[in-house]
Design a protein around this ligand. Structure first.
Ligand code: PRP
Ligand code: URA
Length: 207
């Protein structure tokens, strides 16, 4: 299942994010803010449990998050989203997955993985990557998480497109996907159109 945000705060920032004149220092801020807003929307799915909440005059009925969460940014570009999600979930641990899309074939080539094993059945892995293009990197990353034993996986991205969304839904229908935008299509070199160009290069100033 996928959800594309229609939130005005997200739509407004996407205009500046897309602009090729936006410099890396501003691009990084926008990615972080968009990730905070998208994360806030997506995390409404988190399970909670009842806890007593002592307050000055009585004990209120409180609720706390009932999942152990692991944030998994896909290197490099996913790193741009990590700070925002760590802010929303300060108790979450972090694993990283290095994946480089082959420039000729557009196939993902994993080069590094350091991800904790799930703490239990209810462990939730949240994959972070601003781009869902062919869906190859996301599907490969999800397969890695499932092999490690994760049963609950959420994928957060900023820019998606029909090709990537349908591939994800076909290969991993159990994964919930949240995106800030669904763009039109992929071009001949598998970049998203209109998109934002190369997210990693724009984040890290390596254009
Ligand atoms: C980009 C992006 C995704 C992938 C998406 O990474 O951050 O990981 O491409 O494309 P896909 O859906 O077709 O797999 P890239 O390989 O450019 O690496 P980088 O983040 O290190 O720049
Ligand atoms: N990776 C990017 O950074 N941008 C795209 O449009 C597709 C893959």
């Amino acid at each position: 299942m996928h959800t594309i945000s229609t939130h005005p705060l997200i739509r407004h920032r996407l205009v500046e994010l897309r602009n090729p004149a936006t410099p890396p220092k501003r691009f990084r801020i926008l990615v972080r803010e968009l990730s905070t807003f998208l994360g806030y929307e997506a995390l409404r799915e988190l399970p909670t449990r009842a806890v007593p909440a002592p307050s000055p005059f009585a004990v209120a009925e409180g609720r706390e998050i009932a999942a152990t969460v692991v944030l998994v940014p896909i290197l490099r570009a996913g790193l741009g989203m990590l700070d925002a999600l760590s802010g929303l979930l300060p108790d979450a641990s972090v694993g990283v997955l290095g994946m480089q899309r082959n420039e000729k074939t557009a196939e993902p080539e994993p080069y590094y993985a350091k991800i904790p094993v799930p703490a239990g059945e209810e462990s939730l892995a949240i994959l972070l990557d601003p781009m869902l293009a062919t869906g190859g990197s996301a599907c490969d990353a999800i397969a890695t998480l499932k092999k490690l034993g994760y049963k609950r996986i959420l994928f957060l991205c900023l820019i998606s497109c029909p090709e990537g969304l349908s591939r994800l839904e076909k290969e991993h229908p159990d994964v919930s996907v949240w995106a800030a935008a669904e763009d039109d299509r992929l071009n001949e070199v598998k970049y998203i159109v209109p998109g934002i160009g190369d997210a990693g290069d724009r984040l890290f100033g390596t254009l």
